[in-house]
Every structure is written in C-alpha cells, then in structure tokens.
Design a binder for this molecule. Structure first.
Ligand SMILES: Cc1cc2nc3c(=O)[nH]c(=O)nc-3n(C[C@H](O)[C@H](O)[C@H](O)COP(=O)(O)OP(=O)(O)OC[C@H]3O[C@@H](n4cnc5c(N)ncnc54)[C@H](O)[C@@H]3O)c2cc1C
Length: 598
C-alpha cells in the first residue's frame, strides 16, 4: 500500500521538482528520509541515507493534494516534514563534527567519547551497527515533524536485541557517555537531541519483531521498535479481529509510545498509554541490568506498578526493548459529522454526550478556520460549512451504531448543531475521517513555504472553550494564523501555528508559552500527549509543584546516578537556591554530572 502511494506521490513530486525554485526539504529523521526517498523514487532505499531536494511550495502542495486523494492518511506524516526548519540547510560533515567533536577528555572520570567509540567498534564487529556518519548523527537527533532542531549525536548504534542494548549501556556507563534512545522519531518536543557533551544514540527501530500473538488472551508480545500501524496491519492480515488502540503519529513505535505516555484519537474510549494497555515491559536500566516489570496476567496487585514508572519517562530511566500489550476487539466503525455555531457550543455538546454514556470511540473538534482551509485544500468530497465542526466515530454492531447516532443527533441539536450526517457506508466513513486527518496537510498548504509549530495542551473538557477562546485572542493579538484541531473528548487542544520567518517564530513562541500557562491555570497540563522533551520542561514546576518534581528527580537520581540516560530532557533545570528550598540537595541531578543540557 505504502509503495503504491509512493508511486502516486512520486509522479506529483517529480512534476513539482522540475519547477523547483526554493529549498524545501531539510534534514529529516531516518524514517522520514526513507519516506522522502520513496516519495521521489519508488525504490526502497536505506533508511540511513539523508536527502535534500528542491520543490516549490505550490508544486509541493498540489503534489500532496493529489497524493492525499490517492493515498490518504499515511501521508499526513510526510507532509509534516514540511514543518521543519526550512531555513536550516543540511549541515556538512565538518559542521557536525565542529558541533560535537570527538576528543580525548583526559584521565579524569568524565565523558570519554573516543574510548566509548573504540569499545563499541570492538563489541560490534559488523561495521554497519556503529555509525559516525554525520548525516546519521544529525538525522537521529531530530524528529522531522518538530520545530526543534536537535544537536547531532556523536555515535549512533543500530541495535538488534536486548543484549545489544545491554552492551551499549555498559560501555556508556564505563566511559560516562550519555545515551539517547531513538525509535520512531515522531516525537515533537525536542526529545531526541544530543546533550552538548556528546552522546550515543541507540536506534531501536531494528527491534521490529512481533514475537507472539496470544489471540485467546487478546495480547501480543513485541519488540520495542514495532510501529502500532504495523502491529495492527499484521493482525488484520492474519485475520485476527483484535487491534491495539493507541494511535499517535503514524510511524510511532511501541517503545517511543510507552516512553512518551502517548494517546490519540481513540483515547475517548480506550484511554492512554497510562491505562492498562501495557501489561509489562522489558527494560534495560542505566546499571545495565535487564528487568521485566510484570508477568502477562491482565491484572496484578503485586506491589506498585513498575511498568508505569517507564511510561512517560522519555528514556530517562531505562530503555524499553520489549513489551506485552493488551489488544481490543476490532468492531465495526462508523463516522458522523456536525457543525456548530462556535467552539463553545460544540464543546458543551461533547460534555453532554460523554456524561450520558454514549458509546463514542472518538470525537474530534476543528475550528472554522481549519474547515475553511480544508475546503481550499480541495481534497474533500464535499464543501463543508465554515463552522466549528465535530467529527465522531461510533463503534459496535449496526444496531448500536444507529442507536448511538440517534442519541447524539438529538443531544447535539440542543447545542445548536446543524448538518448532522452519519456516513451511509464504509467508504463515506473513510472519506469523512480522511478530512479530519488531512487537516494538518491542509493547514501547511494554506501558507505555502511556512512552517508549523504544533501545540499540545490538555484541560478538563468543560474548560476547553475557555482555553480556545484565550488562544484565539492571543493569536489575533500577535497576528498569527493558527488553525485549531483537537481531541475534544479528552480536552486535548492542538493548534498548528504557522510562521514564515524568525520574527514570526518569536511571536509563535510567545503564543505557545501563553497557551501552556493558560492550560495549567485551567487545572490542565502543558502536554496532553506529546511529552515534555526539552520544549515543556520549564512548565513542570508550575504544573506539578516542587514536591512532585523533587520526587521525580529522586527516582531519576536513584536509577541513573550519573545522569546518562537522555539528559537534559523532561526534568526542569535546578532552580536558583532561593527557589529550591523544598528540594533537597540530593535531588539536584543536573549540577553534579558532565552531561546535563541547560
Ligand atoms: C503527525 C503527528 C501526529 C501525532 N499525533 C499524536 C497523537 O495523536 N497522540 C500522541 O500521543 N502523539 C502524537 N504525536 C507524537 C508522537 O507520535 C508520539 O510522541 C509517539 O509516542 C512517539 O513515538 P516514537 O516511536 O516516534 O518515539 P521517538 O520519537 O523515537 O522517541 C520519543 C521519546 O521516547 C524515547 N524513546 C524512544 N524509544 C524508546 C525506548 N525503546 N525506550 C526508552 N525510551 C525510548 C526517546 O528518547 C524520546 O525521548 C504525533 C506526531 C506527529 C508527527
């Protein structure tokens, strides 16, 4: 399927490329590099090669519009590559080596990259496993979809097993070299960047085996580099009527999903990675010890939940190499859509429906600007009224879908809904949902050549209209264009804030900062699902309080006393003494190590 889409896209992009006028693609993540290759030439190439090309924004937009029509959802993620920093050219090998030189650090017990490289090359005799190729060092430090440009790693190791990971961790520990895990590369908050002192990136995408499907128990054992899409496609191909319902970015892997505490559109019905979907995980600790957090039973009250320690830990406490995942029955699904006078009416309708127990699988909101943009994008089968819109997914038998639909239609009518439509067949469901998926594409194409900053905050559902109203006011005041879409059933807000240059980028940063603070003020969180990375660290103390952050630091310090696992991410920097009365000295992980990123 991907191959076929790639063929279609290659036609459009080749045409676009011939009219090239400006550099458009920039250094991309390894998976994206692969997809960009396949977009332009339908030949599978190594995911480890980097690539640049030139196309005009217009030609890119039309090529993708064509591709979306033919290919659909899988391209959303390719399109997001456009949101990367288009102003930064791919760095040369020399530039990368300038940024992170491999130098002898002397005999003191500090980070010794040269010795680490020597040991890795001795340990892994296959020369393709350990890489210092500058393109790879750069590519594995980024997510192509994110606004954050990462610092290149010093070494990338393409591991294939838990044992390989143990070897790397022991070498890292021996030479005090930080480690950054990489799986799908779709995270959005600067989670993959190297610390300034240099690092080994452990590429887990090669741990891609589905090890055992226990159909009667509805669970699956798989390696950490398996993508959720591949898992679900495999179940489908095997005729097993089960699926894994966590649905973040398309190329996200189980290891990355666990580590970011992900969720997605299905969270309304199925919850998040913090629920019961991860039955156990096999984890390599910073000591090099391997633990399996639990057995395979559906539930256990044997002590506290160690698996959860690693959910949302962003690779700072351990490296996940395997997991057992709970699966859900695959049920027939239908899609409905309705328009509302404004966001507040739409959100109130959602609260009403959810509190009365309607069997919703998903409910997504997009604002009137997003609808306008979608209409202009031209891939939709219909021209939507330019109003705040809800997209619903119902799940169950035909009868139960009809019953839910009748209930929803009557409930939302009280909130001013118009144009309610339940898809009449599978194809129409797919088409309508595709419009929701295409929102990101459409928004990027709205201002050709621009980049987009994807925000992610979450508030109690009833507070969402207040958040959105404040955000819209900020966007207007700052003169920014920012279509809004979100998982309204969970109060999860995303806006794609568009910017063309550094001046606009500064305004975007101000807007994003205001939104984060507003979400926390409304009893919400600065990150509903994308994690903390480097982008959200500064908000944690306000959101969680000093005591909670101090406890997180204590756990980190205990497991990783040298701060080698993904340093500089998640935990806020240590505050000046006047602000840290509540924090004991032992919590201050970042000032005693050579590896902390400020
Ligand atoms: C278009 C788009 C849509 C998205 N939509 C959603 C959404 O709806 N919901 C959502 O939750 N997210 C969404 N995301 C964000 C992203 O898909 C998630 O954060 C995802 O869980 C990241 O998984 P990954 O495999 O790509 O991890 P990576 O990006 O490779 O890594 C993420 C973090 O986890 C660490 N890590 C990776 N693998 C391991 C491992 N095996 N062990 C320990 N640590 C590890 C990394 O060091 C990093 O800190 C979206 C992203 C994009 C681009």
């Amino acid at each position: 399927m991907t191959f076929t889409i790639a063929r279609f896209v290659s036609l459009g992009l080749s045409a676009g490329a011939s009219k090239a006028s400006s550099r458009f693609f920039t250094p991309a993540s390894p998976r994206c590099i692969n997809s960009i290759h396949s977009l332009l030439r339908p030949i599978r190439t190594s995911p480890r090669r980097s690539y640049t090309t030139t196309v005009t924004a217009k030609s890119f937009g039309s090529a993708f519009a064509f591709a979306v029509v033919t290919g659909g959802a899988s391209l959303v993620f390719g399109a997001l590559a456009l949101s990367r920093d288009t102003a930064s050219p791919i760095p040369t090998a020399e530039a990368i080596i300038d940024v992170v030189p491999i130098t002898q650090t002397g005999s003191e017990p500090t980070c010794n990259l040269v010795k680490a490289l020597e040991d890795l090359q001795t340990e892994f005799s296959d020369s393709s496993v350990v890489s210092t190729d500058p393109n790879e060092l750069y590519a594995y430090a980024q997510s192509s979809y994110s606004q954050f440009v990462g610092t290149p790693h010093t070494i990338v190791v393409h591991v294939r097993s838990t044992e390989d990971v143990v070897k790397v961790v022991k070498i890292s520990k021996r030479h005090l070299v930080p480690i950054v895990p990489y799986s799908g590369g779709t995270s959005l908050e600067g989670n993959l960047s190297a610390p300034p002192s240099g690092s080994i990136c452990v590429d887990l995408s090669g741990l891609d085996k589905i090890l055992k499907i226990n159909e009667s128990d509805a669970d699956v054992v798989c390696q950490a580099g398996v993508t959720w899409n591949h898992l679900n496609e495999t179940l489908k191909e095997k005729g097993i009527p089960l699926f894994f319902p966590l649905d973040p970015g398309r190329d996200a892997t189980i290891g990355g999903m666990i580590s970011t505490g992900c969720s997605g559109t299905n969270a309304v019905k199925y919850g998040t990675a913090r629920g019961e979907w991860i039955l156990n995980a096999t984890v390599v600790l910073p000591s090099g010890e391997v633990i399996k957090t639990r057995q395979r039973a559906r539930k256990s009250s044997a002590g506290f939940d160690v698996t959860k320690l690693f959910i949302g830990a962003e690779g700072t406490l351990g490296i996940v190499t395997e997991a057992t995942l709970r699966l859900a029955p695959l049920l027939p699904t239908s899609v409905a859509v309705a328009q509302f006078p404004d966001i507040r009416h739409a959100t109130n309708a959602v609260c009403d429906i959810l509190n009365h127990g309607a069997a919703l699988q998903c409910v997504e909101i997009v604002d009137e600007l997003t609808i306008k943009v979608l209409n202009q994008f031209g891939t939709s089968a219909r021209n939507w009224p330019e109003k705040a819109t809800l997209f619903f997914k119902f799940q169950g038998s035909d009868d139960s879908i009809q019953e839910t639909s009748r209930y929803v239609e009557s409930a939302i009518a009280k909130h001013g809904a118009t144009d309610y439509r339940l898809a009449s067949n599978e194809q129409e469901s797919e088409d309508i949902w595709q419009d929701r998926r295409n929102a990101l594409f459409a928004c990027l194409a709205y201002r050709p050549g621009c980049k987009g900053w994807i925000t992610d905050v979450c508030v109690p559902v009833s507070r969402l209209p207040d958040l959105i109203a404040a955000a819209k006011q900020d966007f207007e005041e700052l003169g920014l264009v920012a279509p809004i879409a979100g998982h309204v059933g969970d109060g999860n807000f995303h806006a794609l804030v568009l910017y063309a240059d550094d001046a606009e980028l500064a305004l975007v940063q101000e807007a994003v900062s205001r939104i984060n603070r507003k979400a926390i003020e409304l009893e919400g969180t600065c990150t509903g699902e994308h994690g903390v990375g480097t982008g959200k660290r500064d908000y944690l103390l306000t959101e969680l309080g000093e005591g909670t952050v101090a406890l997180m630091r204590t756990i980190k310090q205990t497991l990783d006393p040298h701060n080698l696992f993904n340093p500089g991410k998640l935990y806020p920097d240590v505050l000046p003494p006047s602000d840290t009365d509540a924090l004991t000295e032992g919590h201050a992980i970042s000032d005693s190590t050579p590896t902390n990123e400020s």
